[in-house]
Design a protein around this ligand. Structure first.
Ligand code: ADP
Ligand code: MG
Length: 357
């Protein structure tokens, strides 16, 4: 394995433009050239690599991806005045209204996954996420909220089951519901973008990675696409603990406490909230999931992170997730046997707990 992909990703220059098109024939390829681009969207650098196409086709595909990402980002922003923002404002008044059709399919999917995860993946807790200050792009100056405010939101108990959708008729039975799709939107976006590229451009070999998340089809010349799993404890962000070779159609998603956080009294306040306590989830440093469906992989990584080292096995079984790697806050690695068969460790874990079916 090589952590090359991860290194490329983390070394990516800060991008100020929405798209920095870096068409370049990958230097190391033998017979199959590949083309790469980096796009800044969803608060992260999205890298795309495509092989078995010519330069003109690659350019077309990159433009299509950029357009899709731009559109989806506006659709799913919870607090701006786009379609989800408007849906959220109407939810605050409770009652029935017509929701924009552009957000309904993702909200339906989010509700199904919330139910499957026993509401540990709970995108209805937008108000809690905002209370902790993670709705902003920059949060280094944040301070933790008052406990009383957290308890008030817990008491209101917003859940996706407070919402019913019939066609475009949207009923919100709990005014505390604010939908935050941050735990699932990247997965849904990658799934939709790849489906679109397959259908419209007959793309067969492409890898799209967003932060620590990846969806790939086909392969890279003779080799599979490879993703590194970041070492959550390394101060050097470029260090991978392990790598996974993606099979065609795999979605590999990681939720980590290192992605978005701030420090308060030397404690890391991260962005994945345990809906049972209202506080950042304890016990996990990162969770990686492989699943054919990127939306499911994204939601499951968030839910299993919240479940933590003592409850993840039960939840993974319930959600039908076969491939899981969880690094706990003592740096122990917990894996399913199926995942262990797919992972190559670069650094030996402190201890390894393998769950066999
Ligand atoms: P990342 O976005 O870093 O890949 P996740 O997929 O785990 O990580 O998504 C985390 C985001 O999901 C948070 O920034 C927040 O917007 C939202 N979120 C936080 N806690 C939860 C939760 N328990 N269930 C659903 N969404 C959550
Ligand atoms: Mg997620």
């Amino acid at each position: 394995m090589s952590p090359r992909l991860l290194l490329n990703k983390l070394n990516a220059p800060r991008l100020t433009l929405s798209l920095l098109l870096l068409l370049s024939v990958s230097a190391c390829q033998q017979t199959t050239p590949s083309y790469k681009t980096s796009i800044f969207s969803f608060g992260t650098v999205i890298q795309v690599e495509i092989s078995d196409v010519n330069q003109v086709q690659a350019q077309q595909v990159f433009t299509a991806i950029e357009d899709d990402l731009k559109r989806m980002h506006i659709l799913w922003h919870p607090w701006q005045s786009g379609p989800l923002g408007r849906t959220n404002s109407l939810c605050g008044m409770a009652g029935t209204f017509s929701a924009p059709t552009s957000v309904i399919p993702l909200i339906i999917k989010a509700k199904q996954l919330a139910i499957q995860s026993d509401h540990l993946f709970n995108p209805a807790i937008g108000k809690l996420v905002k209370l902790w200050g993670f709705q902003q792009d920059s949060f280094d100056k944040n301070t933790p909220p008052d406990d009383a405010k957290i308890q008030a939101l817990l008491k209101a108990n917003p859940r996706m089951t407070d919402i019913t959708i019939k066609g475009v008729r949207f009923t919100c039975n709990n005014p505390a519901v604010r939908i935050d799709l941050g735990g699932i939107a990247k997965g849904y976006a990658l799934e939709k973008i790849i489906a679109n590229l397959k259908q419209k451009y007959q793309v067969k070999n492409i890898m799209i990675s967003a932060g620590g998340d990846l969806k790939a089809i086909g392969q890279h010349g003779e080799r599979p696409w490879v993703i590194g799993i970041r070492d959550p404890l390394a101060t050097d962000k470029h260090t991978a603990i392990a790598s996974i070779r993606a099979k065609s159609g795999d979605s590999i998603f990681t939720s980590g406490s290192y992605e978005r956080y701030y420090l308060a009294n030397n404690k890391r306040i991260h962005h994945i909230i345990d809906p049972r306590t209202g506080y950042p989830a304890k016990g996990s440093l990162s969770v990686t999931v492989i699943h054919p469906d990127a939306t499911t992989a994204d939601a499951a990584a968030t839910a299993l992170f919240v479940a933590g080292p003592n409850q993840w096995v039960e939840l993974a079984n319930k959600m039908g997730i076969k491939y899981v790697l969880l690094i706990d806050d003592k740096n122990n690695v917990h894996v399913t046997q199926a995942m262990l068969d797919r992972v190559e460790f670069i650094k030996e874990p402190a201890s390894l707990f393998v769950v066999r079916p």
